[in-house]
Design a protein around this ligand. Structure first.
Ligand code: G3P
Length: 227
């Protein structure tokens, strides 16, 4: 199974101004290293990028196509040839209030509808309790991202190596989902450590999207996971 480097573009300005170039660099590195480099651009950029490298949305709503303003449906992704979606990122939780409990029913509906449509699902969690509940839903991948480390320079692999290890074991023992980790991953050694601790890959945003030489950053992170 190939290791995964998932680049979350978020809503950074660079996602729009450099999004296509980042995708081209991702494709080159993916071909050169054998790592599955996947990009998650904002919705208006998805169609520009989908032919360049494996592309997923940053989120999807659980509703079916119909009278739902400002929703993204599984049908929209499928119809446009998008490979799948992130779900429940800590910046867009499946919860009705900020910091509130996940609405597991709605989240499961979204995962199940994507699965039926053949879409991949990369579901973020903030702790082991959420990880266990979501592993039971068998998404493509479960991604552990402690919110306090997101966007910073301290990697989850150095702040919480024990949790990363426990998380990876928990996902492997309870599901067929891939264990991924993210938050503060910027250096090659962070990516390497994630694999040593049992993860199958990493999610990265600021370390790549905000970098001047984003191709070098993508290459450094991807190659560190396979060497
Ligand atoms: O989804 C990945 C993201 O939340 C991590 O962000 O900037 O810490 O790499 P960053």
């Amino acid at each position: 199974m190939n290791k995964v480097l998932l680049i979350n573009y978020k809503a950074y300005k660079e996602s729009f101004t450099k999004g296509v170039e980042i995708a081209k660099a991702a494709a080159e590195v993916s071909n050169g290293t054998g790592v599955d480099v996947i990009v998650a651009p904002p919705s208006t950029v998805l169609n520009q990028i989908k032919g360049i490298v494996k592309t997923i949305a940053q989120g999807v709503d659980e509703v079916d196509p119909g009278a739902f303003t400002a929703h993204i449906t599984w049908f929209e992704l499928k119809y446009n040839g998008i490979a799948g979606t992130l779900l429940n990122h800590s910046e867009k939780r499946y919860s009705f209030s900020k910091g509130g409990e996940i609405d597991y029913d709605r989240l499961k509906q979204a995962i199940d509808k994507c699965k039926l449509a053949g879409l991949e699902t990369y579901v973020c969690v903030e702790n082991l309790e959420e990880a266990k509940k979501i592993a039971a839903m068998e998404p493509t991948a479960v991604a552990y991202e402690p919110p306090e480390l997101i966007g910073g320079n301290v990697s989850v692999t150095s702040a919480h190596p024990d949790i990363v290890k426990e998380f990876s074991n928990l996902i492997r023992e309870n599901s067929d989902s891939l264990p991924l980790i993210g938050a503060g991953v910027k250096k090659a050694e962070d990516a390497k450590k994630s694999i040593e601790l049992g993860a199958e890959g990493v999610l990265v945003a600021s370390g790549i999207v905000l970098a001047n030489d984003f191709k070098a950053e993508i290459y450094n992170l991807a190659s560190a996971m396979v060497n």
